[in-house]
Design a protein around this ligand. Sequence first.
Ligand SMILES: C[S@@+](CC[C@H](N)C(=O)[O-])C[C@H]1O[C@@H](n2cnc3c(N)ncnc32)[C@H](O)[C@@H]1O
Length: 167
Amino acid sequence: MECHVYYEGDDDPDKCTARRLEKFDKATLYRSMGQVPYGVVLNPHAEQALSPADLEEGLGTLVALDCSWESAEAASFEMRGVHRALPFLVAANPINYGRPFRLTTVEALAGACCIFDEWERAEDLLEPFRWGETFLTLNEEPLRRYSECTDSSDVVAVQEDYLADEE
Ligand SMILES: C[S@@+](CC[C@H](N)C(=O)[O-])C[C@H]1O[C@@H](n2cnc3c(N)ncnc32)[C@H](O)[C@@H]1O
């Protein structure tokens, strides 16, 4: 699974997970939107939830936008591709630990790999982060269930179980 990131560069560079991915040669960063390849764009504002059915359409390529959450508004996601939101998953990073949907770039890419049944790639992406393994442990059951779904509506139905537990 190829991982590409449009890097906005407006977040704390010391805590930026995309920069760390680049440092360990696990993802390619772009400073220009036009250079970002076509793929499945991980966009929290997208109408449709990511499902295994998107693997083919995204041509084996994942794209994320690394920016601060303040600037991650819908208009910032102008990359070419199939835009999808991740279903209910909780963050393991120290800034948003336990918070659903608000994932770091590496958590979003790794979560998508798991949904596409690419578990080893997810482990590989998370390996440089001390809390990386925790992301997979915390989300083990939902990730397995999402990866067994056929399409987006199945994923949304599974997600309902976790949203109901949150209430
Ligand atoms: C807003 S940036 C924050 C990055 C953070 N500065 C870091 O160091 O990782 C996180 C990116 O991960 C992806 N992402 C995070 N949560 C997501 C979700 N629930 N659905 C889809 N994509 C998500 C998006 O591409 C989003 O822009």
